[in-house]
Design a protein around this ligand. Sequence first.
Ligand code: AHM
Ligand code: MG
Length: 336
Amino acid sequence: MEIIKTLGEFIIDRQMDYPDASGELTSLFSSIRLAAKILHREINKAGLADLTGAVGSENVQGEQQQKLDVYANERFKNALAQRGVICGIASEEEEQFVKFEETKNLEGKYVVLIDPLDGSSNIDVNVSVGTIFSVYHRVSPLGSHVTEEDFLQPGNKQVAAGYVIYGSSTMLVYTTGNGVNGFTYDPTIGVFCLSHPNLHIPEDGTIYSINEGNYVHFPEGVKKYIKYCQEEDQATKRPYTSRYIGSLVSDFHRNLIKGGIYLYPTSSRYPNGKLRLLYECNPMAFLIEQAGGKAIANPGQRILDIEPTQLHQRCPLIVGSPKMVDKVESFIAEFG
Ligand code: AHM
Ligand code: MG
């Protein structure tokens, strides 16, 4: 019989490697896993279930339609509140961080930052979307209410990070700082199964992912790098392939497996890039470094070392195969 290792079993195995572990992170992962399964179910019938379209509109029964990103936010928030190991969350969907007030939550030692449904503009056209999450130890005392400082920590303090990709299959990919592992959801048995153990990004690649529609707004170094990608050179397998889905999770996931680079750089349109440091850049940077890749905001500026000042601050992101990131870094350092 085929041997299947489930996500649950994998987490328990890993816990045995840490005799001091109290099981709280395991419990946190159970919440994420459960919400991901519910989202998988809803996304797969989104076209049928009044989940597309804008919030505020009513369906034919006069009920409020719920946009899938609002739905996803509520699902993850409720699942994370339930188990009492988390004292609060911050979400890309909410302006303020959310305090979990129950006594069990006040004793929770973790905070979670989440982008519940990244790339949600793709949902109406049946293209892959994702959930991104990031976990930190709180810095405020156990038993007290969560504070903004608990969330404004640099990415190098992350305890865990990962994403769920709702694609041609649903996968959960995560790290706790000891490599990256991927699990594919088998809906027939309702279980995430280890399918991509110990993921490593190729050192070099031939895929570049950037919204080239913004070309005229890009700094000179990025423009020159795009031209470099398009030039003919057999030794470096150029021209490279351009792939851009417009769902960070999907673009990142493809490049992680095949080798490649994803860029959302500064531009005259978005002086700090578009993506959010805490909900998008930090978790992806932690994952890529754990997989042997590299993530920077600007030349010499590692994403994970940025000290955040605001919950929703934006940050340029250049992430992927280390040699490709080095290359674009040298272009920006030279040409700005
Ligand atoms: P969102 O969090 O509002 O969904 O925005 C983030 C998304 C990323 O998934 C994606 O890579 C990027 O925005 C695409 O932006 P653009 O359409 O400007 O290329
Ligand atoms: Mg997002």
